[in-house]
Design a protein around this ligand. Structure first.
Ligand SMILES: Cc1ncc(COP(=O)(O)O)c(C=O)c1O
Length: 384
């Protein structure tokens, strides 16, 4: 196709990309040689450092963001017969974590210009069975926590922050990590900071943190290191837990990466501003809005395509030009698993309509202004 001439000469631009420096490699090698590959000192070191970075009292390191959400559900006491309100637009794990504990996800609709959970929709979904609301900081922007708290208060409803997209973002000056009763982060390679796979649950509640540490270790309160220190062999499994431990080697990588987190968030914000400028006035694509009382950590840069534009055609054309566009997300309740559980199309009309028009453009700290201009030029060609 003539409009793709030369595309093979330019490198592929993925939608997200981790950055591994020599300091990361050195830290990992040191951990490998330290004698503690897992349950060692680097775990609490990483927990303290990440929690401290986010202004939270306690951090519980686990081996994925999904595990962090599952820990949060257990610590809050979500269980059978209860409901958990989740935005229809999110990664499936936000809802699955409730199912793991036997609860029923109830999908709330989203705001059409931010794709954040819509408190007005949440208000219509609350019942006497509602135990928690999962607030997803979609694309890097915190949800409206004050509005959600107002709905939750006096009803025994907890707020779980799914902040997997948003380390370093602010809501009315407060950091993500302090906004939920438990706040969950992911360290998957496309996220801001990576431990290959990994995650952390943050909370100011010391008892909930202690419970999550037991839960991530099969339901056993002691681990190899604490038994070594005590010269003891006996242990008790007090509840059914999982092996969600994050190894020391990965915590070492997380500690090294954490020193660059703030500069990565700033880089993402700079790239988002370049996109905003380059897209200004383009009728076919509108960037998502960031509310004035928040900052956006820009895990993703998402545009809404005009209704007459065929999103999947644009996606294919960008891919053909070496641009790794993506889609975040199809509504969770439309996955076949949830359809089989009886969830019906139509329960979140805004999410269902908007999800057909959203497109994620490449966003990672090492992107240059030339990369942004290349993406926007390709989008112009693809969307007309
Ligand atoms: C919003 C959201 N929640 C939860 C998760 C789960 O994180 P992980 O992949 O680390 O299990 C992700 C990961 O993509 C996510 O985007």
């Amino acid at each position: 196709m003539p409009d793709r001439e030369g595309a093979i000469d330019v490198p592929f631009l993925p939608y997200g990309k981790q950055e591994i420096a020599d300091a990361d490699i050195k830290a990992v090698v040191e951990a490998l040689c330290s004698g503690w590959l897992t349950t060692g000192p680097r775990v609490s070191e990483f927990e303290k450092a990440f929690a401290g970075h986010c202004d939270a009292k306690e951090g519980v390191a686990v081996n994925s963001g999904t595990a962090a959400l599952h820990c949060a559900m257990r610590a809050i006491g979500v269980g059978a017969g209860q409901e958990v309100i989740v935005p229809a637009i999110t990664f499936a794990a936000s809802a699955n974590a409730a199912v793991y504990e036997g609860a029923t996800p109830v999908f709330a609709d989203v705001e059409s210009d931010t794709l954040l959970i819509d408190p007005a929709s949440v208000a219509t979904k609350i019942t006497t069975r509602t135990r928690a609301i999962v607030a997803v900081d979609y694309a890097g922007q915190p949800a409206d926590y004050d509005a959600l708290r107002e709905l939750a208060k006096d009803r025994g409803i907890a707020i779980i922050a799914d902040a997997c997209h948003a380390p370093g973002a602010l809501y009315k000056g407060r950091k993500t990590g302090t906004l939920g009763d438990v706040s969950c982060f992911s360290f998957h390679p496309v996220k801001h900071l990576t431990t290959c796979e990994g995650g952390m649950a943050l909370t100011d509640d010391v008892a909930m943190a202690a419970h999550m540490r037991v839960f991530r270790n099969h339901g056993i309160a002691s681990d190899h290191r604490s038994r070594e220190a005590a010269g003891a062999h006996a242990y008790d499994m007090a509840e059914l837990g999982y092996n969600y431990r994050l190894p020391d080697v990965q915590c070492a990588l997380g500690l090294a990466q954490l020193t660059r987190l703030s500069s990565w968030v700033a880089a993402r914000q700079r790239i988002a501003a370049l996109y905003d400028d380059a897209l200004a006035g383009m009728a076919e694509a509108t960037p998502l809005k960031t509310h004035k009382d928040r900052t956006n950590a820009h895990h993703l840069y998402v545009v809404k395509l005009a209704e007459h534009v065929d999103r999947d055609r644009v996606f294919a054309r960008l891919r053909a030009e070496g641009i790794g566009a993506n889609v975040h997300y199809a509504p969770v309740h439309l996955h076949s698993y949830y359809q089989k559980r009886g969830y019906k199309r139509g329960l979140a009309p805004v999410a269902e309509a908007v999800s057909r028009q959203v497109l994620t453009l490449p966003m990672f700290p090492a992107m240059t202004e030339a990369d942004v201009n290349r993406v926007v030029a390709a989008l112009h060609r693809a969307a007309v």
